[in-house]
Design a protein around this ligand. Structure first.
Ligand code: HEC
Length: 170
């Protein structure tokens, strides 16, 4: 059963985002989105949200520079610390991969932030100590929208009808 579920999950890929097309050499992003991409790189988001999935490989403290408010990071949720009981893991979380992020609100472990722009602004302050202005936030959010890929279509298999020979649940 685990194998079957794994095989199914392996089909849940979301290829062909506009960002993928850019990586493949196409001219698929407009000027504003490209500006957002350069900000994403130049401001340092890429340090934690790196690689082909823009994150997902490593854990980092949430609040490297400034711990977000209790509404966004509840003081009782200490992240990795709960697993490792190591002081340096307090408030350490996995840097979420950002593919399809425009579709996956609410944001952060607390799920308290529903607006992608607000999540970007919080990251600027808490992780980079950098107050992004409204235009920078907008451009980065526009770039993040280009990470939305083709969503998988899941077709449920039509199971054969039960017969007298079909085993009954025990
Ligand atoms: C020092 C590492 C680090 C840097 C730099 C960083 N992030 Fe993050 N980011 C994280 C971590 C860790 C989380 C997960 C926090 C949580 O789940 O509570 C996260 C979460 C996010 C989320 C929410 C994803 C979700 O699905 O909930 C977004 C959006 C995001 N980051 C965007 C950015 C942007 C844009 C920048 C640059 C302005 C940035 N990050 C810089 C570590 C970082």
């Amino acid at each position: 059963m685990a194998r079957a579920i794994e095989a199914f999950e392996a089909t849940l890929t979301t290829p062909d985002s506009r960002f993928d097309r850019l990586l493949a050499g196409q001219d698929s992003l407009d000027a504003e989105e490209l500006h957002g991409l350069s900000l994403f790189v130049d401001k340092g988001c890429i340090a934690c949200h790196a690689g082909v999935n823009l994150g997902g490989q490593a854990y980092f403290p949430f609040g490297v520079v400034e711990r977000p408010g209790a509404d966004v990071l509840p003081p009782t949720d200490k992240g990795r610390f709960t697993v490792t009981q190591t002081a340096s893991d307090e408030y350490v979380f996995r840097a979420a991969p950002l593919r399809n992020v425009a579709l996956t609100a609410p944001y952060f472990h607390s799920g308290q932030v529903w607006d992608l722009r607000q999540a970007v602004a919080i990251m600027g302050n808490s992780q980079l100590g950098h107050e992004l202005d409204a235009r920078e936030v907008e451009a980065i959010a526009r770039f993040l929208h280009t990470l939305t890929g083709r969503q998988p279509r899941v077709e449920h298999p039509l199971l054969p009808a039960s017969t007298a020979a079909t085993p009954r649940p025990e």
